[in-house]
Design a binder for this molecule. Structure first.
Ligand SMILES: Cc1ncc(COP(=O)(O)O)c(C=O)c1O
Length: 382
């Protein structure tokens, strides 16, 4: 049997929506983007959403919109995709890592205060795999030290924790619509915020810093525009927005199927002494974006290859990013600095998780994982 690592969920309705934009006059940022932004804000319960071309752009522009730049430090996690910390560097600031919690792999809020210096301007928590960080605690820390919070919710559109949604306690929250994300336009991203000034600045920053958009220039009488700040080119197009519009309507149904699959995995591995799962906390709804298992570090790569040989698509989300060459060379990072992130990064294997996965495929993945890990049963990762 072959089980793909990922299959998208683009429906005929999504394709029809995109085709109707392609048959229309206006392909770039226009009414369809505004419609998506409005729908996304309503889904999330936030006041403003600004569509961009990726979560990387969303993070970069949010940092700029919040006034973060050279000389500033931003506290974040090493257990994330490189985009998170890279965007801090793109903004001219310095990422400062804090280790993660063993149970969730999210940033350990109790360690944040120890990393704050006079240069610290912001905290950038990542809601890893779909489970939110301890935002109540992080908001209190940020308030005590007058810090901005920008959330990386690339994995966590549907999440909540302690009744709080992504972006509710942060100054801005960033989402990804990359090919494997819970809703997707192939590439795409968005920032949501409750602050009008941040939303307005983001609209400028996503389009060169220009004072009017292409839609403004087209739909109204031509007026000369100004460039008020140096911006970038990462505005979402109507084509991307058209693909996303309808996916928001089905988002909870798709989440329910992923939740079911995760529960099948968790129940199956509960009894298995060779495999450990991370935990979803009792007061938390995980968006269930990525399902990872932890296996003994020295055997991880061998298990990874064996699963692939048996037809199962797998990935590693993520090896701790402070150990990657660029971060070692640029910031002097080394092994031992963030032991929990290193341990999880050395142990983790991501299994297939998407609504189109059949029960039969899930059972095949479970059975195969059990088979290939059986011989390592004595060295469970605690
Ligand atoms: C945690 C996290 N943040 C940011 C990103 C960047 O998203 P994008 O590819 O939309 O730039 C990703 C991408 O997978 C991610 O996993």
């Amino acid at each position: 049997m072959r089980v793909e690592f990922y299959k998208h969920n683009i429906s005929q309705q999504d394709i029809d929506n995109a085709v109707s934009v392609l048959n229309s006059l206006f392909l770039t940022t226009g009414e369809v983007v505004s419609e998506f932004e409005g729908k996304f804000s309503r889904y999330l319960g936030s006041r403003y959403t600004v569509g961009v071309t990726s979560c990387t752009a969303a993070l970069h522009l949010s940092l700029l919109a919040c006034g973060i730049g050279p000389g500033d430090e931003v506290i974040t996690t090493p257990m994330t995709f490189v985009a998170t910390a890279n965007s801090v560097i793109h903004a001219g600031a310095t990422p400062v890592f804090v280790d993660v919690e063993p149970e969730t792999a999210n940033i350990n809020a109790d360690l944040i205060e120890g990393a704050i210096t006079p240069k610290t301007k912001a905290v950038l928590p990542v809601h890893l795999y779909g489970q939110m960080c301890d935002m109540k605690n992080i908001r209190q820390i940020a308030d005590r030290h007058h810090l901005i919070i920008i959330e990386d919710a690339a994995h966590a559109i549907e999440a909540s924790r302690d009744g709080i949604r992504p972006g509710e306690l942060g100054d801005a929250v960033c989402f990804s619509f990359y090919a494997t994300k819970n809703i997707t336009s192939g590439e795409g991203g968005a920032v949501s915020t409750n602050k009008e000034a941040i939303a307005e600045k983001l609209k400028r920053l996503r389009l060169h810093g220009m004072s009017s958009s292409a839609a403004d220039r087209y739909s109204k009488r031509y007026e000369h525009w100004d460039m008020e700040m140096l911006g970038w080119k990462c505005n979402m197009s109507n084509i991307q927005a058209a693909l996303l519009l309808n996916q928001l309507e089905n988002i909870e149904k798709k989440w329910q199927r992923r939740e079911q699959i995760c529960q099948m995995y968790e129940e199956a591995f509960e009894e298995d002494s060779g495999v450990t799962c991370l935990k979803v906390l009792p007061n938390s709804k995980s968006a269930r974006h990525v399902f990872t298992i932890l296996v003994p570090p020295p055997k991880r790569d061998r298990i990874l290859w064996q699963l692939q040989e048996k037809g199962i698509g797998v990935a590693v989300n993520f090896r701790a990013i402070h150990l990657l060459t660029f971060y070692r060379q640029t910031f002097g990072c080394r092994r031992g600095m963030y032991p929990m992130a290193e341990k999880i990064g050395d142990s983790t294997i991501t299994l297939p998780l998407y609504p189109k996965l059949t029960d039969e495929e899930v059972r095949y993945v479970i059975q195969t994982v059990k088979e290939v890990t059986a011989e390592y049963a004595q060295t469970r990762v605690e």
